[in-house]
Design a protein around this ligand. Structure first.
Ligand code: SAJ
Length: 428
């Protein structure tokens, strides 16, 4: 008699140390740091373009080079659009965008969708961490109910935490491993799990009292920048009225070795964090019936800066006997900050709108950021554009600009950045 042995092979679940949900400018550097520390990491993203780009070995994130991505892949890093990988995760970190909705308020749709996908594949014991920036209560009141919708209970069946991202795009000095990481948990035990996880690849872990403290800490960090940028912008406008050189004021003030953090005036605050996060704070305050007067005032100052820059251009042209209407104005820099190829919420675009409303004929150049569709194609020949323009405005001090050359070749130059050498240059 032939005995057939039927081996019942339990599907061996090969666990993954970390699944990052959303491999963008926050998720990919996180994955890179964990991978470099030897963790097995999988990136999960709903964008086929992101998955295909990374699978082709190309990084779409400034702070993760192709070489670093290659090293990650050599360490076993893979990317997928298949959420079933989440069922094999020991830890899931959600790094999806939290922007503004059409009403100007918080848009948590990506966070909700990510939490729903995680909940569909959540296993008992999996640590789930939210990194996306949002108002206090998001982890507990928005994410937790979604994760629990199939019956698992946070703090009992799985640990739940919040740890704000602190990625500074383009910052070569501070990365994920070397930037202190604030962590928190739904319960003290959740916080311990969260701290132990990040402690595997981050040098310094700081445990907050709870998820709301960690959420608020992040909003404070960025709103602090927003308010102080508004302060120096307000001082810059006042100095202009007084005939005081605000750049020399800032140079002198910055010598104070304590109690003063230098900020620079400009055309306004751009990017997907600093102009957005204070709106999350203001929305939370509104819903709680509270007023944040300092933050509201900063918003008014920031909103006025593009118009102020446009007025300064008009003044520059008027001193040259020209009106803005019909003048050719060249804008240098449409990225939201220097040396970052990103135009989201760029104040430069708001300056373009203000100048166009005054009748100026706008052209623009940016050596780093791609074209801005609604401004038309950028100029490619900078020298001829400088010669052909009635006025040039340096809005973003990209490292690739030869500032002395700009001063020599521009007919009229307004330097919003305070970087162009030479006493005769008009500055903000
Ligand atoms: N800006 C000024 N004056 C300043 C500093 C900045 O006008 O003195 C403008 C910039 O031009 C830019 C905007 O503000 O348009 C934001 O600049 P940022 O340097 O804060 O850069 P982000 O938004 O790319 O990154 C910030 C992080 N930056 C720093 O801490 C230096 C940090 O606040 C957060 O980790 C990150 O946002 C985030 O993701 O929250």
């Amino acid at each position: 008699m032939v005995t057939t042995h039927r081996f019942v092979v339990e599907r061996v679940r090969v666990s993954v140390d970390l699944v990052v949900v959303g491999v963008g400018y926050v998720g990919l550097p996180l994955a890179a740091a964990a991978s470099a520390a030897g963790l097995s990491v999988v990136g999960y993203d709903t964008s086929p373009a992101v998955v295909d780009t990374l699978r082709a070995g190309r990084s779409h994130v400034l702070d993760v080079s192709h070489a670093r991505l290659k090293a990650m892949r050599a360490n076993g890093f893979t990317v997928t659009a298949d959420p079933s990988v989440l069922s094999r995760a020991d830890t899931v970190v959600i790094c999806v965008p939290t922007g503004l909705g059409p009403d100007g308020g918080p848009d948590l749709s990506a966070v909700r969708a990510a939490a729903a996908t995680v909940s569909d594949h959540l296993r008992p014991g999996t640590l789930v961490v939210l990194e996306s920036t949002s108002f206090p209560g998001t982890t507990d009141e928005v994410v937790r109910p979604v994760l629990e919708r199939h019956g698992l209970v946070a703090g009992e069946d799985f640990p739940l935490g919040y740890s704000p991202e602190r990625i500074d795009p383009g910052n070569r000095r501070h990365g994920v491993r070397t930037t202190p990481k604030v962590v928190s948990g739904h319960t003290p035990l959740c916080a311990k799990h969260c701290a132990a996880f990040y402690g595997r690849f981050v040098d310094t872990v700081v445990v907050a009292k709870g998820t709301r403290e960690a959420e608020m800490a992040k909003l404070l960090e960025n709103t602090y920048r927003y308010v102080n940028i508004a302060l120096v912008n307000e001082i810059a406008v006042f100095c202009d009225r007084l005939g005081v050189d605000v750049w020399d004021v800032l140079r002198c003030a910055a010598t104070k070795p304590f109690g003063f953090a230098p900020f620079t005036p400009g055309s306004g605050v751009g990017g997907h964090c600093i102009p957005v996060d204070p709106r999350y704070l203001l929305d939370k305050a509104r819903r709680e019936g509270a007023r944040l007067g300092v933050v509201e005032a900063a918003r008014r100052v920031d909103a006025a800066m593009p118009g102020y820059v446009a007025q300064r251009v008009a003044r520059l042209l008027a001193d040259d006997g020209r009106t803005v209407a019909g003048s050719r104005v060249l804008l240098l820099g449409v990225a939201y900050k220097a040396d970052v190829p990103d135009t989201r919420e760029s104040a430069s675009i708001r300056v373009a709108d203000e100048l166009a409303a005054l009748g100026a004929r706008i052209s623009y150049h940016d050596p780093v950021a791609g074209p801005v569709p609604r401004l038309g194609p950028p100029v490619t020949d900078l020298d001829s554009a400088l010669r052909d323009s009635d006025a040039t405005v340096l809005l973003v001090p990209h490292g690739g600009y030869d500032l002395s050359r700009l001063a020599r070749n521009a007919r009229l130059l307004l330097d919003v950045t305070g970087r162009v050498p030479g006493g005769e240059v008009q500055r903000l």
